[in-house]
Write a protein that binds this ligand. Structure first.
Ligand code: F6R
Length: 615
């Protein structure tokens, strides 16, 4: 995820050091804008992947020694590919206003059109640039810099944090936010703003939080905070555990990146859903590149992926077939490559890959293109190898995932694939518009439901404690509960090193039920709908053979609870097809609790790499 650091009355070195501390978040380019005491503004931007901050430091080594006002940024691309011209800060037409921005400006297309019609010239592909031009327009209308930022933020929809400097204001930096973090710090003769505590640790004597729709005026001698309407507010002081070192701050107070990233899942889903509805209410996948006609012409979808991404692809099969009525296969990428698949120009091959670099998935997409099929990738990394080579792309906007075991990216993939399925349904006319709208409305409820499921971590921990000591786990599910079961088993294997099998519940009696004995733990995902009763029957079968049964069940499902020894309750989701991002959460927490109890390093499980670029 992008990072912001800004300083008023500080050294350029403080900004560079701040950027270094933000690197852990993952980024593809970096930049700073500096306003010196003479009122001159200059900008340095580098798009050299994870070397960008180092290169920036070299280029700034001869910068002014005197205090400056400056904003810096590490960018994780969402709109526009990683490149120098898309790197932040972005400037207005005069080159005197410089803006850094985290998050997404949802209505940037309409704002850019309006501003362009008013004579503003855009030079980047980012959503950020509209903020610089909105500030410019408000300044031209007579506002001061804080007022201009407030005016800009009143026009902007989405979730964001921004910091702005102006060449004519060498002692002032202004910042604002909505639903994205921004912290303020004050010290002797220097004040700071940052998106992440790690950039402020040791740099400020006092820390404050900025709330939604507040504007901070950051000056060398302190900060002043107002509402967007200009009314002063007293910012809330932030006290930091004195024991926190840089690593603790980077984990945001969580014990590890995995728990931090699980907590970010509601935001990952919300961001993936942002900006997907056009003004007429129809779905738009901006970055897609493929046209509606291209997609109307397809008669088969083949999803290829590995690991957790494959499980997301399995959920997509149900959605694509149900909603878009298009026959869909899901294949493990390493298998797909060598099975001589039947693909032609009417096939859409969808690669699902958090990294966009996994070799097997990449090769499967290449094979698809050689066969004349259309290749689409769902990736979390803008301009990844797959995104560059495929005919089309949908980006998940989960932000970088540091923990090796995928959590937030998996949930974002499921949501992105469901958006694809609904878009296809809309374009192919297989669902009435009002049904698509209702389902998209329901998708928008998922962040809240996922947050609710995450809030039950203590109860999950208690269940994990009750079964701790078991060595054999089965995860069962049917329909979309099946990929959820597979994902639950994979999480447990990866981080706890316990034997865990994911199985379609109905298939158990065709062999694996022989393995069930007292002491085996069976976790069953009881999804609402046609298969619910059947899963409950399967649960009874294993219970009668002595298994310890844990069910994942919706609140109020007392029948399911009566069949189990333990229940992992989840908030209800009206359409079962939309339930996987919610039902998988207790399974992530379950695996996490068991792994922690065993003392394992959940962020860096043994033998695993985050990105697998070998066969
Ligand atoms: C599981 C996990 C892996 C990845 C798989 C594919 O927690 O992280 O199974 O899902 O290696 O990686 P991507 O999505 O980068 O292609």
């Amino acid at each position: 995820m992008c990072g912001i650091i800004g300083v008023a009355g500080g050294s350029v070195k403080t900004v560079v050091e701040g950027l270094r501390r933000l690197e852990y978040r993952g980024y593809d380019s970096a930049g700073v804008a500096v306003v010196d005491g003479e009122g001159a503004m200059w900008r340095v931007r580098v798009a050299d992947g994870t070397r960008s901050v180092e290169e920036l430091a070299l280029r700034l080594a001869d910068g002014p020694a005197a205090p400056v006002t400056s904003v810096g940024h590490t960018r994780w691309a969402t709109h526009g590919q990683p490149s120098e011209h898309n790197a932040h800060p972005h400037v207005d037409c005069t080159g005197r206003v410089a803006v850094v921005h985290n998050g997404i400006v949802e209505n940037h297309t309409e704002l850019a059109a309006e501003l362009a019609a008013g004579g503003h010239t855009f030079v980047s592909d980012t959503d950020t640039e509209v903020v610089a031009h909105l500030v410019e327009a408000a300044l031209a209308g007579g506002a001061d810099l804080p007022g201009a930022l407030a005016a800009a933020l009143r026009r902007v929809r989405g979730s964001f944090a921004v910091a702005v400097v102006h060449a004519g204001e060498p002692d002032l930096l202004v910042a604002g936010r909505r639903s994205a973090p921004l912290l303020l710090g004050t010290g002797a003769g220097t004040s700071l703003v940052a998106s992440d505590l790690s950039a402020l640790l040791g740099e400020a004597d006092q820390l404050f939080t900025l709330d939604d729709d507040q504007i901070a005026e950051v000056r060398p001698d302190g900060v002043r905070v107002t509402t967007l309407a200009g009314d002063p507010v007293v910012p809330a002081a932030l006290s930091v555990d004195p024991a926190w070192d840089l690593e603790a701050a980077q984990k945001g107070g969580y014990d590890d990146f995995m728990s931090k990233e699980m907590s970010e899942q509601p935001r990952a889903i919300a961001d993936t859903l942002l900006d997907r509805r056009g003004t007429d209410g129809r779905l738009v996948l901006d970055e897609l590149r493929l046209t509606e006609d291209d997609l109307r012409a397809i008669d088969k979808v083949v999803v290829v992926a590995c690991g957790s991404s494959y499980h997301a692809g399995m959920v997509a099969k149900y959605a694509l077939e149900r909603w878009a009525r298009v026959p869909t296969e899901v294949d493990i990428a390493s298998e797909h490559r060598y099975r001589d698949p039947v693909l032609d120009e009417r096939t859409l091959v969808v690669g699902v890959s958090q990294s966009g670099e996994t070799l097997d998935t990449l090769e499967a997409l290449r094979e698809a293109r050689r066969s004349g099929a259309r290749a689409l990738v769902v990736s979390n990394v803008v301009h990844s190898q797959m995104a560059r080579e495929a005919d089309g792309v949908i980006y998940t906007r989960a932000g970088p995932e540091v923990g090796v075991a995928s959590t937030k990216c998996h949930l974002a993939q499921v949501v992105a694939l469901e958006l694809l399925a609904l878009s296809l349904a809309q374009w192919r006319g297989t669902l009435p518009t009002e049904v698509v709208t209702a389902l998209v409305d329901e998708l928008h409820l998922l962040p809240q439901k996922v947050a609710d499921a995450l809030g039950r971590a203590k109860e999950v921990e208690a269940v994990a404690e009750a079964v701790a000591g078991a060595r054999d786990f089965f995860f069962l599910g049917r329909h979309v509960g099946y990929p959820v079961a597979l994902e639950g088993a994979l999480k447990l294997k990866e981080i706890s090193y316990l034997r865990a099998e994911g199985y379609p519940a109905g298939e158990l009696k065709h062999g694996p039920i022989a393995l069930i004995e007292p002491g085996t733990v069976v976790v069953a995902v009881v999804t609402r709908g046609a298969v619910r009763e059947k899963v409950l029957t399967n649960v009874a079968e294993v219970a009668s053979r002595g298994a310890t049964v844990v069910v994942v069940a919706e609140d109020g499902d007392t029948t399911a609870a009566a069949r189990a020894h333990h229940v992992l309750w989840t908030p209800p989701v009206a359409d079962p097809l939309l339930s996987p991002p919610v039902t998988v959460v207790p399974l992530q927490l379950f695996a996490y609790s068991l792994a922690r109890r065993l003392g394992n390093d959940v962020d860096r499980p043994r033998n695993l790499a985050k990105t697998v670029t070998v066969e």
